[in-house]
Design a protein around this ligand. Sequence first.
Ligand code: UD1
Length: 319
Amino acid sequence: MNRPVVTGGAGFIGSSLVRGLLAAGAGRVTVVDNLLTGREENLEEVRGSVELIRADIRNYAELAAALRGAGTVFHLAAIPSVPRSISDPVPSHEVNVDGTFNVLRACAEGGVRRVVYAASSSAYGGSEVLPKVESMAPDPRSPYAAQKLAGEYLARTFHLCFGVETVSLRYFNVYGPRQDPSSPYSGVLSLFIRSLLERTPPLIHGDGGQSRDFTFVEDVVDITIKAARARSAAGGVYNAGNGGRYTLNSVWDLLQSIEGVKIPARYGPPRGGDVRHSQADVTAAARDLGHRPRFSLEEGLRRTVAWHRDARMKKSGGS
Ligand code: UD1
């Protein structure tokens, strides 16, 4: 792949994508990241093949200089989290909406052929029909969901009006190595795994009966690279999910059985803006992108637990 650039490439998903691009033959990958939530150490062993440009997507001039002449831009930079977008909506709006507009504008002006945009399953929101198909009317229930959906609409209009080949991928609850559990806004599985390894009860918001289509990061990397190559995908929106659905209670059970422990969870009030159930229909992604998820939840969790255990050992100076 020619001159790929990854915005948010020092983050959890972005840094895995950088590795995937290098493994797929990209000689060098440019990363644009402001290192607000991304970390240089996420790129540790691939640092020699990465050009890291410390720029903020809210700053158009910096961004345009970084993206000019890129072959494909993977736009993953974002401020994630539904609850964060409710408690502090301005920064996430500025990054997720204004920043996405800046990325698209810089790509149009800089002659970039294709942009793959990290959209979100949160766009489906409250609709009760399962699984979620791309043709359903969106129903965003939080500023985060609306922001990510706005990004999709912008991507599509940049395709229609300015000829940039955009592909939006609605990522479904991604988990895996390098997901940071250190914030209360972190993805639930990173928090569950930290509890598991610390032998402390996790906090479940609500009754734990809510379900998600948890998707292993390697599968997300795979579909993202395929979206950059698929000829017929320009202007499209695709689910990037696993196709399964697990309640929080069942995932906590699975994690305990993987680790061979029994730690009852704590339950608190439900979280504002929360969606009850989420599951991807993966037909369109298989048909148009040739993507089929490879990792079962159990396999993905085993790998993620092993990675976290290792990382904790390294941090504490063990071997
Ligand atoms: C949403 C999107 C997801 C997106 C993510 C970005 C949906 C269906 N999914 O994820 O595609 O990538 O935003 O942030 O909208 N929970 C607990 N205990 C905790 C933390 C969370 O019980 O300590 C619960 C939440 O209330 C929620 C579930 O776990 O029901 C998942 O939460 P989280 O990991 O934050 O992701 P979503 O908000 O589902």
